[in-house]
Write a protein that binds this ligand. Structure first.
Ligand code: LER
Ligand code: MN
Length: 271
């Protein structure tokens, strides 16, 4: 079954970005539930921001699941990436994500590696940098597997990373790893920039895809841009996708309308 999710940003330092709800966890969960979504995706400053028991109670109260946890705060707040030339920083990045994997796993939810993947920095070797990414994914993927979940790696558009930008390059990268516990994130916004054909790229990703970020060409909720969603939705159904479709989109024109627009689009294409 394909399941729907909103996103909730709980990082005090960040006040605008591609997340539907902001700062107030309980109110955001109540609204998510009232609209009929299945789940929430969380963007928190750290793995210990929320108490596991407290979040379990809230999820039960609002009949929601946790779809995934973001790790981007490790970069935004602490300047960590998995491909920093400094091995101490890479170690700290692995530790930050490892803690986030444990937190998510308490709910059966995977952690997402997006901006924490970093970049090949000027003067650095591309192959060496990619080997650091591979090393980290091996360690973190196995950790997620031991805890009964998986890890998600997200190809980003060229303005956010110069590592891997397309679904095909992500598939080729994962297929060279020993761990089978890393899946790909198909973020429709990044794909709109990088892919020649989003639907075809979804088919290339097929069973490797473990999470989808649902945003239109302009990163507004689906239906507010020019992504041709009918063929994309067909491809998602064709590959028998059975994870979450999560609204990582700008809260435009405001959070409530963005959430409504998202669930309307989700129901239109996937119910
Ligand atoms: C960043 O643009 C993104 O798409 C997030 O999911 C990862 O940090
Ligand atoms: Mn994304």
């Amino acid at each position: 079954m394909i399941k729907s999710s909103t996103t909730i940003a709980l990082v005090p330092q960040i006040n605008y970005g591609p997340w539907i709800y902001w700062h107030d966890l309980e109110k955001s969960m109540e609204k998510t539930s009232n609209l009929g979504f299945d789940a929430i995706e969380l963007f928190t400053p750290a793995s210990d921001t929320l108490e596991v028991e407290n979040l379990k109670q809230l999820l039960q109260k609002f009949d929601l699941e946790l779809s995934a946890v973001g790790t981007g705060a490790g970069k935004v707040i602490h300047g960590l990436t998995l491909t920093d030339p400094d091995s101490e920083i890479r170690k700290k990045a692995i530790s930050f994500i490892s803690d986030m994997i444990s937190f998510g796993a308490a709910f059966g939810a995977p952690a997402i590696i997006g901006s924490m993947q970093g970049n090949v920095l000027p003067g650095n070797d591309r192959e060496l940098t990619l080997s650091w990414l591979a090393e980290a994914l091996e360690i973190l993927g196995e950790k997620a597997g031991k805890l009964g979940t998986f890890l998600i790696y997200e190809p980003l558009n060229r303005y956010e990373t110069n590592l891997l930008n397309t679904m095909k390059s992500g598939v080729e990268f994962l297929e060279k790893l020993n761990t089978k516990r890393v899946k790909l994130l198909a973020d429709l916004f990044h794909m709109n920039i990088e892919e020649a054909d989003i639907a075809e790229s979804i088919r290339i990703g097929a069973s490797h895809i473990g999470h989808i970020h649902f945003a239109d060409s302009n990163r507004k909720p689906i239906g507010m841009g020019h992504t041709e969603m009918t063929s994309v939705a067909s491809a998602i159904k064709e590959i028998n996708y059975s994870h979450y479709i999560s609204a990582e989109a700008f809260p435009e024109p405001n959070s409530d309308e963005a959430a409504q627009k998202t669930i309307d689009s989700f129901n239109k294409y996937f119910l």
